[in-house]
Design a binder for this molecule. Sequence first.
Ligand code: ATP
Length: 603
Amino acid sequence: MFSGVPPVHLMWSNMFDPKRPKVEKAVDWKRLGRLFLPYWKQEAIVIGCITLVALLGLLPPVLTMNLIDKAIPSGNFQSVVVIVGAMAAAALVSAGISALQGYMNSFVGESIMRDLRIQLMTHMHKMPLDFFTSTKTGEVINRVTNDVDSIDGLVSGTLVMILINISVIITTLVTIFLLDWRLSLMSLVVLPFMVAPLWPVGRRMYEIRKATREKRDEMQAIGQETLSVSGIVLLKSFNREIFEHDRYHRLGTDLMKSEIKLAMVGRWFMALISAMVILGPACIWLYGGWLCIHSGITVGLVVTFVSLLSRLYTPVASLAGVQIQVMSALAVFERIFDYLDMEEEKDDSSLPRLRADAGEIRFDHVSFAYPNGRQAIVDVSFLAKPGQMLALVGPSGAGKTTLSMLLPRFYIQQEGSITIDGQDVRNVRLSSLRENIGIVTQETYLFHDTIFNNLVYARPTATKEEVISACKAANIHGFIEKLENGYDTTVGERGHKLSGGERQRLAIARVLLKNPHILILDEATSSLDSENEALIQEALTPLIKGRTSLVIAHRLSTIIQADLILVIDDGRIAEMGTHEELIQKDGLYNRLYKTQFRETAAV
Ligand code: ATP
């Protein structure tokens, strides 16, 4: 057998799926080709190696003929030694070239995979926020991991395997026709009979393998859901351990059965192939024997033909089986290209950078509807003077978060304008806009990393002293110091090893390190105890000082401090003024204050 060709049963396992994926769009070959272009030198070496190995592979059978027909009958042992030596040398050189080809092939394949992975992930990071709110996280992750992985086989294995097979078939065909056309024709006639019976088995294997994969995916999904921190809390709080055990057991058993079936079909399949290996050559022996007796061809020629036959039918079988793999991989390529073609957030580098030295924010008749048509903001106008603190209050779902998201251009309003120090946020470079805005969200997100690394995410160049001083200002330094590993303590998945209050103070320290001119703060709704409330209040003072801030306020202390309160109701500004002014008005704010803020203040 020649090197580099995967076993036939693997090639066939993906064949003849009744639901085989149809490539609906024409495959963009040019685009596919561009992926390979940077590595053309290595690819040229791969093709050169493949051709050499295919040619060297012909030597042993041809030498065998000389051995049987000439060297042995002549009684010259020296000739025997030379021929056998040449056979061994051909095998050794071929192995060396195959190793080089394997390395180059992996290099090209894995380089393309790396390029694609990076391209896709970088593109994803540039997608607008709306994409993430309207797409399942699992689907996005699946696309950037599993989809890319599933074409790894094509890029780093299948394409080369096709080249190897084609070169082996061509070199073998030329050789056998040069040796004897009658036996060659016989070999070609026999070929379909050997290949045809393998088809239904291939289809069966594909079906079982598909079912196995589905079971695996289901088990993986359960794992992802129930092994996350939130998932395990849900499971434990509803006592669903037995239910989950049964569900997993059922799937596990199904998977086990599928795997056994696959192994058994594989076994039958291999037995069938073994039978073919004998039956195919048997036909050549029969016809070759007849020719030996009646037409005077040599025994060596028949032996050579039989060994060359395996060089013919194995690659033919492999090529026939590879079609579905290629088609499925092309479909995945199209899916990846679709993702790559989705529009990124626009960040025109020709636009000027935002200069927000003062930090005045102006909303002028701003209206915004989500892509699903939900009108979240209607005709909102207000002015936040430099350094002022604006509190956004209002019932749940009124549009407070949406309003704050328009400022850093997470969403873009359809009507009206938003300016910072007189510059329209749509007409400045996006990166400069976000550089100037610090955001502390209600749900503080921390990476599963050390406290220090989580903090310097805001400014990777920050020194340890700067980190400590930000943490002191955010009232969290004392707490961190008491931890066993101090700033090198790992915070756990999403920071779950910390309390909500501690997480929020860390987030405040993180924004202090960034030191933006403008601040958006979404206060935590969960009521904190008075000690934590005081700690956060102290942490907020340096954060808010000297910055223009939009605070989605849930705490009375924050609201009373605010220079201006915007009461949002159903996307509109219902009332605007200071705490005292609004209380006197006796409108929506007064009602909210009585029911909501006074209660939280009492905690
Ligand atoms: P809460 O105080 O409960 O956080 P909120 O005042 O911040 O509420 P928003 O989150 O701004 O309210 O939501 C305003 C409206 O927009 C709500 O009706 C909400 O359902 C809708 N909405 C929010 N996000 C989206 C989205 N990505 N797509 C479509 N509609 C959305």
